[in-house]
Design a protein around this ligand. Sequence first.
Ligand SMILES: [Zn+2]
Length: 294
Amino acid sequence: MIQDIAPHRYDNAYRDLKPTASDYALCIVQNKTLLLCGEETQAAIPCFSQILPVFPEAFTRAVYLFSIDEKPYFLVEPSEEDSACADSPENPGLQWKKTQYFRTMEPAYQSFAAITATQLWRWRQSRRFCGRCASAMTESRTERALVCPSCGQIEYPKISPAVIVAITDGDRLLMSRYRDRPYRGYALIAGFVEIGETFEETVRREVMEEVGLKVKHIRYFKSQPWAFTDTEMIGFFAELDGDDTIRLQEDELSEAGWYTREEIPDDDVMISVGSEMKMAFKYRTWDPDAGPDV
Ligand SMILES: [Zn+2]
């Protein structure tokens, strides 16, 4: 999965750090991230020394994000003029890449760093002003948060929990395709946790809403931070309970069906917990009876 970066080590403890020339600089503008892209070199996250010629103010516009292997990563929010300058021919070594680029960029731990930075960037962009009193928010110096200097409101990074469910019926797995989404492969049933719900209740509700089925024997699999949608995915396996007739929620899904292990296609990219669950079922690499019911 995209967050499985061992032997690299992700350290998200908050620190009030200032950048140095050799630290990584993630410049983000309008959901696009600036990378080092030489003609012969692979795309890579630049260090401050490599972007300072383009963004002379990079040090003063930097916010500490996290470290990987003790090397600090900073978010840089350039001005509009500076970001236009980076696209100009005088800087052929730098290129803006859209977030989806990081689904497959190597090395994978740098992809994980970049998408995690884009999640923090979106959160900061959407919390520039206090939601209670409309004052401009300021940086907390003690934790990863934005603080309102007028009323004291504190905003933490936006992380939305969502469940993803592998519904099984003997040798069959339920898979679906989403309507109006870029990902056209087979997906599992997924949905956001609603207010006042446990994860298990979300599983039952989403399965009923999206495909009209009842499930039992709900077992936790794994979880995953999915920065592309500011989500924390919580993966479960569940068994069909009773009638297997699918009643599709057509505004969400374009199709859904039961597929045997042999019919499940291999995923080309194994970055999501959903892919891992499908393959765990197909290749019987996870014992569904190992975990307790939840
Ligand atoms: Zn306020």
